[in-house]
Design a protein around this ligand. Structure first.
Ligand SMILES: *[C@@H]1O[C@H](CO)[C@@H](O)[C@H](O)[C@H]1NC(C)=O
Ligand SMILES: *[C@@H]1O[C@H](CO)[C@@H](O)[C@H](O)[C@H]1NC(C)=O
Ligand SMILES: *[C@@H]1O[C@H](CO)[C@@H](O)[C@H](O)[C@H]1NC(C)=O
Ligand SMILES: *[C@@H]1O[C@H](CO)[C@@H](O)[C@H](O)[C@H]1NC(C)=O
Ligand SMILES: *[C@@H]1O[C@H](CO)[C@@H](O)[C@H](O)[C@H]1NC(C)=O
Length: 336
């Protein structure tokens, strides 16, 4: 019965995906681009975004716009790096922040950087701390020079950080080649800041792009961009330490973000929805999914991004803030 109901919902929504209503666009300071992920601090301040030149910017209101908050590469040189374009070789020294999330207990910002690894920023912003510096190789066999980290989430209750390595074989500057490959070298990790213990939760992932932890901390979802699917890894309960298919899609899933009701928004590009006929055009959008994997809403973001891919859909205070690797702005949309 449950299955029949959800199938009906899917078909209904596939026939009529709703179109997000664009409220405004928050412009980035030219010429930087690529607000891949969006975060808010524990006081609701932000949005914070990581951009192409390795900085993290905080939105300070309509008059001031986006201001520099922090950076992710310990060796970053402002003269060389400020204003850098995306996919440049120099990002290896300037940094390229992707997934962002605050620990709301400490107001520290955790960042998955495509070149600098897992980064922590103190509550006043500024210079980064590299979390991976002290990890011993014998601890779970983690490669200390972790390349191309991508998605990140923080469990609000435990402070445990979950993050993905998109691929062990490709670098961020070769993201286009990775996107047309059959790579399966991505991984899902966790770091407990209380003990500094790092665990490898899943390996062999096909471009592990996004990650989100459930509201009760019993599981994490990880999106595999190249496999058009979302997997669930159980952290607690009878199936702890095992994974299962959560949702098969026809479009490419990127970041996953939970909302205050414990549901998830997934940025999806290409054909939107679980099982429509193949459609070749890029269609940026978001899917709202229940904790049980039922699709509750399919939202087109064509007005926000045109034919550019969306990387994140983030619900905050009743409106949606969207991320994209190519945009020069952060669109805010109503959810209807
Ligand atoms: C930053 O780069 C500029 C230009 O190459 C150079 O003149 C300057 O010394 C560098 N600054 C630091 C702190 O390395
Ligand atoms: C660690 O990663 C680097 C960069 O991806 C790679 O060159 C090196 O071979 C890896 N080391 C191990 C032990 O896997
Ligand atoms: C964890 O590592 C950081 C540096 O990366 C260090 O400052 C901190 O003391 C460590 N914490 C524990 C519990 O070992
Ligand atoms: C899951 O794995 C962790 C780390 O290896 C271990 O401590 C825990 O006991 C395991 N849980 C179950 C239910 O197997
Ligand atoms: C949240 O949304 C309400 C209604 O749209 C608005 O009045 C309020 O200022 C918003 N709060 C924040 C912190 O953005």
């Amino acid at each position: 019965m449950m299955i029949a109901i959800s199938a009906t919902f899917m078909i209904f929504f596939l026939c009529s995906p709703s179109v997000a209503i664009l409220i405004t666009r928050l412009p980035l300071p030219s010429p930087v681009t690529g607000p891949e992920s969006v975060a808010f601090d524990r006081n609701g301040g932000g949005p914070y975004v990581g951009v192409s030149d390795g900085r993290i910017l905080k939105y300070a209101g309509p008059t001031e716009g986006f201001k520099e908050y922090a950076f992710t590469s310990p060796n970053r040189n402002k003269t060389i790096c400020d204003g850098l374009a995306d996919f440049s070789e120099l990002q290896a020294t300037c940094g390229r922040p992707l997934g962002l999330r605050f620990n709301h207990q400490t107001n520290e910002l955790y960042v998955a950087d495509a070149y600098s690894g897992l980064i922590k920023i103190g509550p006043n912003g500024g210079a980064p701390t590299q979390c991976f510096k002290d990890i011993q190789p014998q601890q779970e066999n983690v490669n200390t020079t972790l390349g191309f980290l991508d998605g990140l989430d923080v469990d609000v209750n435990s402070g445990v950080v979950y993050f993905t390595q998109a691929s062990a074989n490709y670098r961020f500057k070769d993201a286009q080649a990775l996107q047309s490959s059959r790579d399966q070298s991505g991984s899902l990790f966790s770091l407990d800041p209380k003990t500094n213990q790092t665990r490898v939760l899943m390996r062999g992932l096909a471009l592990a792009s996004g990650v989100a932890v459930s509201r009760d901390g019993s599981f994490v979802l990880v999106s595999e961009y190249l496999a058009n699917r979302i997997q669930r890894f159980w952290l607690r309960g009878p199936r702890a330490n095992s994974s299962e298919l959560f949702l098969q899609l026809t479009g490419r899933p990127d970041n996953i973000r939970s909302n205050q009701r414990g549901q998830f928004w997934v940025a999806v590009n290409g054909a939107l929805g679980p099982n429509p006929p193949p459609r070749p055009t890029i269609l940026p959008g978001g899917l709202r999914i229940s904790e049980n994997g039922v699709i509750l809403q399919i939202l087109s973001l064509v007005k926000e991004f045109g034919s550019e891919a969306a990387s994140e859909v983030h619900e905050h205070n009743g409106t949606l803030y969207s991320g994209s690797l190519r945009a020069s702005y952060v669109p805010i949309s109503s959810m209807i």
